[in-house]
Design a protein around this ligand. Structure first.
Ligand code: BDR
Ligand code: CA
Length: 313
């Protein structure tokens, strides 16, 4: 699989990048960054250092949009740490981003090889929406587009009802939805993460027992998220939204439940970022496939297996 990953790289994005980097059936072709969890330069730094740790420093990283389409940027630094990576004082990467803008990369690669690339989006959809404004047919040029975004059960993590990526740039999410179709675009929301991708204390012990640099890194960078998950979300450990979305892209057979539905993202202040799922038989036709459950054990086996490996050199 030829893969492009668009990411606002912080703790869980970094774990997702490790999965993509370590999966032998996946050719990680490019990483594009976007402002979200952290300001753009930090997202880029975190992507670079994660790829270097995985022995994949040769994967080109391109910077994209540094703010949402129509709103000021609100980051998730209280969740992930000021540096987005648990404030561990990680060393700066050796590499730099490539010249060129992420939006051009999303457009050019897909046009050069129509139907070959899979795109995994792990942040606000700003880059993809900006690309769609230039090429309305772009989604059809990808083999498939997977997005970690939304909360189809209306249980939010940034507001009562909204998931962070949808809330940060709801206009971008809506642009993507208006061009999407369920055969081409799959959304994996925060409901999946909360139910099927929580690293319980037992999972955390097992991760550390792997005694590999990647497993230890994945655990340590999530230390701030662990506090947040306990105090705000009431979970029994840190959850891994971006890694479970990446796992679906790498192994679609992990999906346990899905539905095709028409989704809109609320733009008004009170419901900002809320996923509005229209399941009426007389409603508009479905525009996305929503993953609702993932096989938890299979996801965790994939995670443990890929993080146990030595970094590529
Ligand atoms: C999403 O928001 C971010 O904080 C995470 O990286 C993930 O992409 C979960 O709601
Ligand atoms: Ca993310």
């Amino acid at each position: 699989m030829k893969l492009i990953v668009d990411t606002d790289t912080a703790s869980d994005d970094a774990v997702a990048l490790l999965l993509a980097a370590r999966d032998s059936g996946t050719e990680l072709d490019a990483v594009t960054t976007v402002a979200g969890n952290v300001p753009l330069p930090l997202a880029t730094r975190n992507a670079l250092l994660t790829l270097e740790l995985a022995g994949m420093g040769g994967v080109p990283v391109y910077e994209g949009c540094d703010r949402p389409m129509a709103r000021p940027l609100s980051t998730a630094q209280p969740v992930h740490g000021d540096d987005g990576m648990g404030d561990l004082g990680l060393a700066d990467p050796a590499g730099r981003p490539q010249p060129g803008h992420a939006v051009d990369v999303l457009l050019d690669r897909a046009r050069a090889r129509p139907g070959e690339y899979t795109l995994v989006s792990l942040g606000p959809l700003t880059n993809l929406a900006a690309a769609l404004l230039r090429d309305r047919d772009l989604l059809g040029r990808y083999r498939h587009v997977y997005c970690m975004i939304g909360a189809p059960d209306a249980v939010g993590n940034i507001s009562a009802t909204a998931e962070f990526n949808a809330w940060v740039d709801p206009e971008a999410a809506q642009i993507v939805l208006s061009a999407a179709d369920p055969g081409r675009v799959t959304w994996i929301g925060w409901d999946v993460s909360r139910r099927d991708a929580v690293m319980t204390p037992g999972d955390q012990e097992r991760l550390l027992a792997l005694d590999s640099p990647l497993a230890s890194f994945a655990h340590r960078i999530n230390r701030k998220v662990a506090e947040w998950a306990r105090q705000v979300s009431g979970l029994s450990g840190y959850d891994l939204p971006d890694p479970v979305a990446m796992a679906v892209a790498l192994r679609p057979g992990l999906v346990a439940e899905h539905e095709k539905a028409h989704v809109r993202i609320a733009l008004g202040d009170e419901a900002r970022g809320q996923s509005m799922v229209d399941r009426r038989l007389t409603g508009p036709p479905p525009n996305v496939t929503l993953v609702r459950r993932v096989h938890e054990k299979g996801f965790k086996e994939l995670l443990f297996g890929l993080l146990a490996q030595e970094a590529r050199v």
